[in-house]
Design a protein around this ligand. Structure first.
Ligand code: PLP
Length: 373
């Protein structure tokens, strides 16, 4: 199979799976216990935290391990703004794990404002700023769109928000950006940043929330006081080891330039086929959203699957829900949305991606000719 749905999840690196197994079978002690083996397990945990923090550009004490980015995002919208009254600004491009949190608060009477997107899929910077006022408690902006790969210029947006209201908390959902963009979290100027390990070759079920040093956030899960008292529960040391290992592998591979080249090749090819690329010039190399007029993406997805190619169609997390809120916010019609496929790479070769692209195009021709069994 040529697997091109890496924005949904990635295959776990062999080394990360081995690290998980070792942590389960050998270093399985509770890192919060006090005997020597447990102390060693705790040292290993803290080493993982430091290596991950170094790789993403944060201090180790700013990294709070969570079960996933959905939990990280929920934490921000719950405990991250517990003491802050006032309105909340999000973008129309947020993943459901941010959007639904904001909608829940709206249902409870919060003033929630949604900044529109430009046709290229990034947030309209000026309109976002016009929604921020003295009363804004939180602004939440997705870093890289999971639908289109469009990259929001977080550093510039943060600087302009701070000029308008220096007290506003700023959260960034960095799930599709972590390590895939050059930027380090500390350079962005945000207060909170969410990440998920299964998008970079580690297992599902581990992520982190970056909480900027000095912020006084209330705990989300209370109990034994682990994770600096912010997220109780015995740490998932096997998956944290795997996360560290995946970060090491990915940092070594650094296939950003390769990803950009692959995306450029895909864009040229699909444009020559008469299809439209949805996304901005400043796009992540890892995600390409292609709109194929007159095609139902779901049918195409199943047909290419039978020929050994796995592609996405919109966010897997919103797969069960009808429509696509984010693509609609970019201005795509319902028919256009139905024809959108998402190709997302991770350590793929250019050759395999291009041969998948040819299979996709041949299959589209087959569907259009009505030659479908
Ligand atoms: N945010 C974005 C942008 C995502 O793409 C995803 C997953 O697809 C999530 C959040 C949720 O991540 P997790 O699966 O770790 O909860």
């Amino acid at each position: 199979m040529i697997y091109l749905d890496n924005a949904a999840t990635t295959r776990v690196f062999d080394s990360a799976a081995i690290a998980t197994q070792k942590a389960m079978l050998e270093d399985f002690y509770n890192p919060n216990a006090t005997y020597k083996s447990a102390v060693k397990a705790n040292e290993k945990l803290e080493k993982s935290r430091k290596n991950i923090a170094d790789a993403v550009g944060a201090f180790p004490d700013e990294i709070i391990f969570t079960s996933c980015a959905t939990e990280s995002n929920n934490t921000v919208f719950d405990c991250g703004i517990k003491n802050q009254k006032g309105n909340i600004v999000i973008t129309a491009g947020e993943h459901s794990s941010v959007y639904e949190c904001a909608m829940r608060l709206k249902g409870r009477g919060r003033d929630v404002r949604i900044a529109p997107l430009t046709p290229s899929g990034i947030v309209n910077h000026e309109k976002l700023l016009s929604l921020v006022d003295d009363n804004t408690a939180l602004v939440s902006i997705i870093h890289v769109s999971n639908e289109t790969g469009a990259v929001n210029p977080i550093q510039q947006i943060v600087a302009s928000i701070r000029k308008k209201n220096a007290r506003t908390l700023i959260h960034c959902d960095g799930v599709q950006a972590v390590l895939k963009l050059e930027q380090r979290i500390s350079e962005l100027g945000v207060d909170y940043y969410s990440a998920s390990a299964h998008k970079i070759g580690a297992p599902k079920g581990i992520g982190f929330l970056y909480v900027r040093r000095g912020l006084n956030i209330a705990p989300y899960i209370i109990g034994g006081g682990q994770e600096h008292g912010l997220r109780s529960g015995t740490q998932n040391t096997p998956y944290i080891s795997a996360f560290e290992q995946a970060v090491n592998e990915f940092t070594i591979i650094r296939d950003r330039a390769n990803a950009t080249q692959i995306r450029n090749g895909l864009c040229d090819y699909f444009t020559s086929c008469g299809y439209n690329i949805v996304g901005s010039a400043e796009n992540s190399g890892y995600i390409t959203c292609v709109c194929i007029p007159g095609i139902k993406a779901e049918i195409l997805q199943n047909m290419v699957h039978d020929r050994g190619v796995i592609i996405g169609k919109g966010s897997a997390c919103s797969g069960a829900k009808r429509g696509n809120r984010v693509l609609a916010a970019i201005g795509l019609s319902q028919t256009e949305i139905e024809g959108c496929i998402r190709i997302s790479t991770f350590n793929n070769t250019r050759d395999e991606v291009m041969s998948a692209a040819h299979i996709i195009n041949e299959t589209v021709k087959k569907i259009r000719s009505g030659n479908v069994k």
